[in-house]
Design a protein around this ligand. Structure first.
Ligand code: FEO
Length: 394
């Protein structure tokens, strides 16, 4: 377990978790993840930036051993979440002289989470600096990416930004830097969709704040580092600021084939009108893929049968998730079917209060769709295509 040298006096001392498949019992991790931590040796002081998940604390401790680390002055804690703060107690036990450097909110949260005693902290305000001798750390408060206490750390002389979760990706790899931008784009977009997208407005402010910094390397707390920072900065610019694209996301469930028939018809009708459709059968889909599609979609059409008087539970879950992720979607509609009655449409509409959208008339049929129902689907497709054109999304 060798530390990895980034440059003289700067080392990656994190842990790669190849086997983890779920985060928070919510987010699928098809490619594992990593918890990145960095040791910065200045001419006078030494700082550790972040720690690792408690399950892999031995890896961080061994890498520090291997570097012969006898003394740590500062543990820069950018973020209180346990996957980065989980090894703080062991680090403090081994290096009792170290001060935990963090935002005031982060201190409060670490104490609440019982990770740290009161007297271990050195609070830093936004824009504060800390000298390591020939190296200087600058702290940039960045609340709500994705917790309220987060900060980014900038290593001035080396032009390295340590943004913790921001710009991260759940990607286990032996590569220190991104080597395959296609793969990295997928992983970073998935991460953005699942973790960061609900905080898009806050991220807009933070991106503007770091515009003035000269950055040669971005070293997030998950996934490989970026030695071509514009790759991830440009991607975030698109995801966070740009208008959505000419895309309909269509998550659905069909119990007896009726809703699927309607989905197939609508997909064809939209395709004929030049709209891209990303269709997700919620019985088999990876929820992370659905989240990724929501990053760019202008419209969501939810498809559901009626079961126990309401929408199918898997559709309820996907709709709840779409609302929580707050994508920049502009339009929503609902299609589906029922046998004898129910409140499926109202139930789904009530689940999306956070989406500031125009809702198009739903198409919900009794039994198997008749000609008039297919006409209604044609009409819905035409409305969607026209609205996308009207908003300049085509
Ligand atoms: Fe990677 Fe928000 O923790």
């Amino acid at each position: 377990m060798q530390a990895r040298k980034i440059k003289e006096g700067i080392y990656w001392v994190g842990a790669v978790d190849w086997d983890r498949r779920m985060f928070d019992d919510l987010v699928p991790l098809p490619d594992g993840t990593s918890y990145n931590a960095f040791l910065i040796q200045g001419s006078e002081k030494t700082a550790l930036i972040d720690t690792v998940d408690n399950a892999m604390s031995h890896v961080l401790l061994e890498r520090l051993n291997q570097l012969g680390t006898k003394h740590i002055d500062y543990i820069i804690t950018n973020h209180a979440e346990q996957d980065h703060s989980g090894t703080l107690p062991q680090i403090i036990e081994r290096y009792p002289e170290a001060r935990v450097v963090c935002t005031p909110k982060c201190k409060e949260m670490l104490i609440d989470m019982s990770l740290m005693p009161q007297d271990s902290f050195q609070i830093v305000e936004d824009g504060a600096t800390l000298s390591l001798g020939d190296r200087t750390l600058e702290f940039i408060h960045a609340s709500w990416v994705h917790w309220p206490e987060t900060m980014l750390t900038y290593l001035r002389e080396d032009e390295i930004l340590f943004p913790c979760d921001l710009f991260g990706s759940h990607l286990a790899t032996t590569d220190l830097y991104v080597t395959d931008e296609g793969r990295a784009y997928e992983a970073a977009k998935r991460y953005y969709a699942e973790i960061m997208m609900p905080f898009r407005k806050n991220i807009q402010k933070h991106l503007k704040k770091i515009e003035g910094y000269k950055i040669s390397i971005i070293a997030p707390s998950h996934g490989p580092m970026y030695n071509r920072p514009e790759f991830i900065l440009d991607s975030y610019q698109d995801w966070v600021f740009n208008e959505p694209k000419n895309i309909v996301v269509l998550p659905y469930i069909s119990m007896h084939g009726t809703t699927r028939e309607m989905v197939n018809y609508l997909v064809d009708a939209l395709t004929e009108r030049g709209v891209t459709v990303e269709q997700f059968n919620l019985a088999v889909t990876d929820i992370g893929k659905l989240a990724m599609s929501l990053v760019d979609a202008a419209t969501i059409v939810i498809g559901s049968p009626t079961v126990l008087t309401g929408a199918h539970p898997k559709v309820v879950y996907a709709t709840y998730l779409a609302n929580a992720l707050r994508p920049k979607v502009k339009f929503v509609s609902i299609i589906g079917s029922y046998g004898w009655g129910g409140k499926m449409v109202q139930q789904l509409a009530d689940l999306i209060p956070a989406l500031k959208v125009e809702i198009f008339d739903p198409v919900v049929v009794k039994g198997y769709p008749a000609d008039k129902d297919f006409e209604a689907l044609d009409k819905l497709a035409a409305i969607i295509a026209d609205k996308h054109k009207e908003h300049g999304l085509v």
